[in-house]
Design a protein around this ligand. Structure first.
Ligand code: GAF
Length: 389
């Protein structure tokens, strides 16, 4: 509530009226990486690193935004919302544009936002920003859009204003998270299923490499194109194949030469990773965290060797985790090229694990390590008004 109080206070100070308060969580992903835009499976959860919003209509034609953490402001006429040169504002403007595209007349509003999701850590701070504002506007403008529609609008905002051709996972996780549950999403049918995650058996610990490579978004878009190339080649032989979700290992191996080495590897990774999500969910249901963890290590190897989105720092952290006490599994998480590793650790070994990882990172790369123990929480919600004392 401390964060919400600070954001509410900043709103009142800047704008002298009462806001709606909304919280939007970041996410972890246990397994199923780069599968969402291939119509495959993902297994994310919303976590207790959040962005808090204070938003209120201001009876003018102007949208006024305050990035609390950056101490920056931005304003624009509501009738003139377009992609700007201010990256942080684009996530919000992109959401406004989606409402406008649906024919909603968005009036002037004020918004202060800030939070605890580390930037560039692969925990989807951008999706939380998009989803939080989408939820707030949906409430204030009485547009009654359902959460799946809001998730798609937030994803489109990312495509059109941040220029990253992301899948739906991050926005879905931020909006559909449930306390203590991970959720498997079928990114084609949009069916989803919650699985209880027993924190007495394992804790989710994130190791932040502190690395954010500038090529992350360009390489992300390239991976997406490579997958599409793979689909185009395979479809010549299997006309019913819509996406890599429909491909089998036999398909990609049979047409390896036509795919070419790079695209072949990308396809192989996606096919394997979808199988791993299925297997991992069975292990989770059976309470077999060791077997679940083996799928995580295999996922990391695929991301490193076939999909080629890892980096030295992430590889060092995963290799160190394999030697650490009490670890069931570890892998890089999110788009790649930096950010966090996700680790499943026996609760009574978390302290030793963190000490082990910190020492290994320092010894091998001379770098400091930030770690977070994540709690799985509910998705985006409104908060009770914070009364000033
Ligand atoms: C990023 C994207 F935003 C997601 O849609 C997903 O593709 C992920 O990278 C990789 O699994 O977080």
């Amino acid at each position: 509530m401390l964060l919400a109080s600070a954001i509410a206070a900043s709103f009142r100070q800047n704008f002298q009226h009462e806001p709606l308060l909304v919280r939007a969580p970041g996410r972890v992903n246990l397994i199923g990486e780069h599968t969402d835009y291939n119509a495959g499976y993902v297994l994310p959860a919303a976590v207790d690193k959040e962005i808090c919003f204070a938003v209120g209509l201001n009876q003018t034609d102007t949208i006024r935004l305050v990035a609390h953490d950056l101490q920056k402001t931005f304003s624009v006429a509501a009738a003139n919302v377009q992609r700007s040169n201010t990256p942080w504002a684009n996530y919000l403007l992109g959401v406004v544009a989606q409402f406008q595209k649906r024919g909603v007349d968005v009036p002037g509003f004020d918004c202060v936002f800030g939070g605890t999701i580390p930037m560039g850590a692969g925990m989807s701070s951008s999706a939380a920003v998009e989803c939080g504002l989408a939820f707030a506007l949906n409430t204030l403008l009485h547009t009654h859009l359902d959460r799946m529609t809001l998730a798609h609008m937030a994803q489109k905002a990312e495509h059109e204003f941040a220029l990253v051709q992301c899948g739906l996972m991050d926005q879905f996780a931020s909006l559909f998270g449930q306390d203590g549950q991970v959720v498997r999403l079928d990114c084609r049918s949009l069916d989803y299923e919650y699985f209880p995650f027993d924190t007495r058996a394992a804790q989710v610990v994130l190791c932040n490499s502190g690395v954010k490579h500038s090529l992350a978004s360009s390489e992300y878009n390239t991976r997406r194109q490579e997958c599409e190339q793979g689909v185009a080649v395979l479809r010549e032989h299997y006309p019913q194949l819509q996406s890599l979700r429909d491909a089998t290992l036999a398909h990609v191996q049979t047409h390896r030469a036509a795919l070419g080495d790079v695209v072949y590897r990308r396809c192989r990774y996606v096919v394997d990773e979808n199988l791993r999500v299925e297997a991992a969910c069975q292990h989770l249901l059976a309470g077999d965290l060791r077997a679940f963890g083996q799928q995580m290590y295999a996922s990391h190897a695929g991301l490193r060797d076939d999909y080629q989105v890892s980096c030295r720092e992430l590889d060092v952290l995963v290799a160190a985790a394999q030697q650490a006490p009490g670890v069931f599994g570890a892998r890089m998480m999110g788009g790649g090229f930096g950010g966090c590793t996700i680790n499943l650790v026996a609760p009574d070994q978390v302290e030793q694990f963190i000490a082990h990882q910190t020492a290994a990172y320092q010894q091998q790369l001379g770098l400091p390590l930030e770690t977070y123990t994540a709690t799985i929480v509910a998705g985006v919600s409104a908060l009770e008004p914070v009364v000033e004392s």
